[in-house]
Design a binder for this molecule. Structure first.
Ligand SMILES: Cc1ncc(C[n+]2csc(CCOP(=O)(O)OP(=O)(O)O)c2C)c(N)n1
Length: 673
């Protein structure tokens, strides 16, 4: 781990001021990036000191060059485009004004931090972003001292900033600044509210920068979104703030101004005026934050001015900036959902370069999306739930066709699960679709609100297994191991999309209880995905290839690799059997008994979750119990293949599978012994 440099004293405090922005100013221009933006200034930024040496008048050009570099690079090295384009000016202003890395800058989620990476000494490595051995797509504390906190999952930044601010106080450092940059989508996450609630009554020296682009990955949802829209769109609100300021005769360029000194009085009046204009108190002020804004997050001069002034204000404060997601690339501005992470695209036109999918199987997520609609047409109790990932998990198909029965609840995994439990308690059949790694957030809700209550919630865990470029924050590594000990759960994983459909069909049949179905990111197997539904025998595995010398047992999509290995071994003359266990819980002990009776020389288990606690563990536990009941029975050696007891880096999935020894060659090697 990289240690942070010793803190140095921040610049002298300037003076506090409230700024406002007229609605005219707030209309963001729609300019595309200047076509010939060269990297003259950017090329000269080799350290943060280089940035701080620039005259403010150069920052605008630097922003243009940064945008150009991000667009150009991501056009052939795919990544999170639109969010990072929206924060270019904000990034420059924050680093220009604050004394990073001593001042702590925390990016929520971190998918918008590309400009931050580029100007903090990682410019030349930027083309390696999200590739194996290259830069991470998210801030990582071991990558740079400027990455004050590792992120990837949303809504953590305010908690982390508050923790750091509290530590600074306890350590006698009252000058250090702690800044959390959080999007309006991430602000809907419960943890962000918990942190606001805590920070608002503290004296912690933190600045929350609310980056309001009016959108999450998909359309923003919920009451907070309405509240922010009312603030940013209310001409009355902004006019009133301006009026109060003028009436006080405020001169924000004069730090000695009598009116500036009467800031508290001014703030009180402003607060009352804003409350009257909004018809409700400003949420953040109600929670104890000093609220500033909204200001134009693309006006770098104003950002620098405001941030400079905010530096001098102690205690919890929130600056509301309005930005445009995809800023600078017209197609991305127009289609921010698609351009959140567009894959390859033409840097000049922004047009996506799509691979031809003709004859290819569907993605698992799309099979889920179509299948839930198909099932819901026949079963009126079925509803769909997603915490902010309707496009990612394809629940948007149901949201379009059955808008009353499909719910995007915001970035709120815990709420999503308990909301599902409530629906189930009233006789509905909820399919709650959550990415495997985000489900970790809702572990207690699964235990306490679903399993303990014996409620028939169907949890569909998308992106299970290694997801590739997003890396350790996003790998679905732990679901099998962490859910297996939970009573009352049925846990299964399909080897292909036909199985996924059948598992979904089976799960919604009466009397099934709580069911977890986990499946991976990416393409399924068969071009013809729409098989007729078939009820599966719950807790039963199947033998896909008979053999007598070696048995390979697997669960889920990785079973295709296991099957290929068994077939290759047979072709080589080694009699390998292959079993798709299908269900981790209840595990098919009858099948395991049969496997033991066959007298295999060796058994190999394969899974794309952590080894500790997953399929291999379940098999070993069962074999140990059999052995203790029948001491004379011979148990063959069992090799467990799965993810190691360490976090797996980012990179292409095949490479990561090789590293983790769950690729074809590793399975072959383990089976040969
Ligand atoms: C716990 C968790 N749930 C879901 C996600 C997936 N996710 C990544 S970015 C994002 C949207 C964030 O919206 P916002 O904060 O407004 O930032 P923007 O993308 O608009 O810049 C979501 C839902 C996540 N990273 N973490």
């Amino acid at each position: 781990m990289i240690t942070c440099p010793q803190p140095s004293l921040p610049q002298d405090a300037l003076f506090p001021v409230l700024l406002t922005m007229s609605t005219e100013e707030k209309t963001l221009d729609n300019a595309v990036i200047e076509p010939h933006a060269t990297g003259v200034i950017l090329d000269s930024i080799n350290s943060i000191e280089d940035l701080r040496r620039l005259p403010t008048s150069d920052l605008r050009q630097l922003a243009t060059e940064l945008r150009h570099y991000i667009i150009e690079t991501l056009s052939h090295h795919p990544g999170h485009l639109a969010s990072s384009l929206g924060t270019v000016e904000l990034t420059l202003a924050l680093h220009y004004v604050f004394n990073t890395p001593d001042d702590k800058l925390i990016w929520d989620v971190g998918h918008q931090a590309y400009a931050h990476k580029i100007i903090t000494g990682r410019r030349d490595l930027f083309p390696t972003i999200r590739t194996y051995g290259g830069l991470s797509g998210f801030p990582r504390m071991d990558e740079s001292p400027f990455d004050a906190f590792g992120t990837g999952h949303s809504s953590t930044s305010i908690s982390a900033a508050l923790g750091m601010a509290t530590a600074s106080t306890l350590q006698g450092n009252t000058r250090r600044q702690h800044i959390a940059v959080i999007g309006d989508g991430s602000m809907t996450g419960g943890e962000a509210f918990e942190a606001l609630n805590n920070a608002g009554v503290s004296r912690a020296n933190i600045l929350v920068v609310l980056n309001d682009n009016g959108i999450s990955i998909d359309k923003a949802v919920g009451g907070l979104n309405r509240h922010l829209t009312r603030i940013t769109a209310s001409p009355e609100y902004n006019r009133l703030k301006e009026k109060v300021w003028r009436r006080l005769g405020g001169d924000r360029t004069d730090p000695q101004s009598r009116k500036v000194k009467s800031l508290n009085f001014f703030q009180r009046i402003t607060f009352m005026a804003k409350t009257a204009a909004l018809g409700a108190p400003n949420l953040f002020e109600s929670l104890g934050f000093r609220y500033f804004g909204p200001i134009d997050g693309h006006n770098i001069d104003e950002l620098v001015e405001v941030l400079t002034q905010l530096k001098a204000i102690k205690g919890p404060k929130l600056l509301h900036v309005v930005t445009k997601k995809g800023k600078g690339l017209r197609t991305a501005e127009k289609h921010p959902v698609t351009y959140h992470a567009p894959g390859l695209f033409d840097a000049e036109t922004g047009v996506q370069i799509k691979k031809h999918n003709d004859g290819q199987p569907l993605k698992y997520q799309d099979v889920f999306g179509h299948t839930i609609v198909e099932l819901a047409k026949h079963n009126p109790t079925i509803v769909g739930i997603t915490p902010a990932m309707p496009t990612g998990c394809s629940l948007n198909i149901m949201m379009e066709q059955m808008p009353n029965r499909a719910f995007d609840v915001g970035i709120a995994e815990q709420h999503a699960v308990t909301f599902a439990a409530g629906l189930a308690a009233q006789g509905m059949t909820p399919f709650c679709n959550i990415y495997s790694s985000f489900m970790q957030r809702a572990y207690d809700q699964v235990i306490h609100d679903v399993a303990l209550q014996c409620l028939p919630v169907i949890l569909c865990l998308d992106r299970a297994g290694l997801v590739g470029d997003d890396g350790p924050t996003h790998h679905g590594a732990f679901d099998l191991a962490c859910l297996r000990p939970v009573p009352h759960l049925t846990i299964c994983a399909p080897m292909d999309e036909h199985e996924l459909r059948n598992m979904m069909y089976t799960a919604q049949l009466p009397g099934q209880g709580a069911v977890v179905i986990r499946y991976p990111r990416g393409l399924s197997i068969h071009p013809d995905w729409r098989n007729p539904f078939e009820a599966l025998p719950v807790g039963k595995g199947r033998c896909l290839l008979e053999g007598s010398e070696v048995a390979i047992l697997s669960i889920g999509h990785i079973g295709n690799e296991a099957l290929a290995a068994a077939q290759q071994l047979q072709a080589e003359g080694l009699s390998a059997a292959m079993y798709d266990m299908r269900y981790l819980k209840p595990i098919d002990t009858e099948l395991l008994d049969t496997i033991l009776q066959q007298g295999f020389r060796r058994i190999v288990t394969v899974e794309d979750g952590v080894k500790k606690g997953g399929l291999g563990s379940a098999v070993l536990e069962y074999f140990a119990s059999v052995k203790s009941a029948k001491p004379l029975l011979t148990i063959p050696p069992v090799t467990v293949l799965g993810l190691p007891d360490s976090f797996v880096t980012h990179g292409a999935v095949p490479q990561l599978h090789t590293d983790c020894r769950i690729d074809l060659l590793s399975i072959l090697a383990a089976a040969r012994g």
